[in-house]
Write a protein that binds this ligand. Structure first.
Ligand code: NPG
Length: 366
């Protein structure tokens, strides 16, 4: 295919409820979309970077510039290309996985629509609906957290992930577990602990958790391995899993037994699929993480979560959990699952009127 035009679109999307993690508070998403026109048709993608470089090094202003100044020119210089060439075309640009993911998503969408093929089928997905959960941010009190979880359970979520940080952990888990004895529960620390917290984290074994996600720093595989060897609850890595090579290192170091797949952290859905396949061959469970995406990124996440090795529910909640107005048709929760879109490409229709109403700003790149 050949690139004919590209625009980046920034859409301010207020969250229906603030989302606090150990690395910061978000009240709105600064969504970065990529719209491409090629000789075979159009496509849309989402670069799910965050406003500040607190989750990883990337942040959305930088992602937009990298798309405009480096990634798009690299594709144009190539001339004719296929979506499977993109990782090689992008290799010269170091980092910026969300920027690469957004552009790849848009081009895959265009290419697959032209072939009348669904993303889920191109990836090798095996499900028509995927099990999902909800990720619950840190609250100002335990009562507020229990009430929030109760609301989501009432909405139909059968798996809940709690964000934890030092000082918001054991007491919180004790209260939530007492209120919901049978709920599928897991925790995510976003790298907020250190090796001096090993004893405290081992106490998580009392709460029958599906997993503990990323307790320690991105590059601290050693402490993850020490914790993994000394507790029953599985350790899952998120931030540390930045590539296939990083996944191999983490598994070889026995730093985790579960891997979180995120399109915006791994540089695209094709890299996420490669990490999935590698884990699947080694018998390591995976699941699809989320970065508060709009309907465009969400459609991609749902397709990824349909892969056979994605055996835990994804952080892919219904659209209404995030936004009162999305930029595509909403994803709706049904029996704690989301349906995989039926149409070709990503399978969702972008609502240009919604983008306008939300105050989206488009910039022509090429
Ligand atoms: O439902 O999309 C969602 C949010 C899932 O908790 C979630 N994402 O650390 O995994 C994470 C976290 C996150 C939020 C990461 C914002 C980056 C930014």
């Amino acid at each position: 295919m050949k690139l004919e035009a590209v625009e980046t679109v920034r859409v301010p999307m207020p969250l229906v409820r603030p989302f606090r993690t150990s690395f910061g508070l978000q009240v709105a998403r600064d969504v970065l979309l990529v719209h491409v026109r090629t000789d075979v048709g159009e496509g849309w993608g989402e670069a799910a970077a965050h406003a500040e470089p607190y989750y990883n090094e990337e942040f959305v202003d930088a992602s937009q510039l990298v798309i405009e100044r480096f990634l798009v020119p690299a594709i144009v210089a190539r001339g004719d290309f296929h979506s499977s060439d993109l990782s090689e075309i992008f290799r010269r640009v170091k980092g910026y996985p969300a920027a690469k993911a957004g552009l790849e998503m848009a081009l895959l969408d265009a290419e697959l629509r032209a072939a009348d093929e669904r993303l889920v089928d191109a990836l090798g997905g095996v499900r028509s609906a995927v099990a999902v959960g909800v990720s619950v941010g840190i609250t100002s009190s335990i009562d507020e957290l229990v009430a929030t979880v109760d609301g989501y359970v009432g909405d139909g979520y059968q798996r809940v992930k709690l964000k934890i940080e030092p000082g918001f952990d054991i007491e919180v888990l004790t209260a939530v577990r007492a209120a919901f004895p049978d709920l599928a529960l897991q925790v995510d620390a976003n790298a907020a602990y250190t090796s001096s917290d090993l004893e405290l984290l081992r106490r998580c074994d009392h709460f029958n958790l599906l997993m503990i996600e990323q307790p320690f720093a991105v590059d601290d595989l050693e402490t993850h391995a020490i914790l993994a060897a000394s507790m029953a609850t599985p350790i899952c890595l998120d931030e540390s899993i930045v590539s296939l090579a990083a996944t191999r290192r983490a598994l070889d170091a026995a730093a985790c037994s579960i891997v979180n797949l995120k399109v915006g952290r791994l540089g695209g859905v094709l890299s996420a699929k490669a990490v999935h396949d590698f884990c699947f061959e080694r018998g390591v469970a995976t699941w699809c993480g989320g970065m508060l995406e709009s309907g465009i990124g969400r459609a991609t996440n749902v397709a990824l979560a349909a892969l056979p090795g994605c055996v835990y529910p994804g952080d892919i909640s219904a659209s209404e959990r995030y936004f009162s107005q999305d930029v595509t048709e909403p994803f709706i929760l049904e029996n704690s699952t989301l349906a995989v879109p039926r149409g070709p490409g990503l399978g969702v229709t972008v609502d240009l009127e919604a983008i306008r109403t939300l105050g989206g700003i488009s910039r022509k790149v090429f």
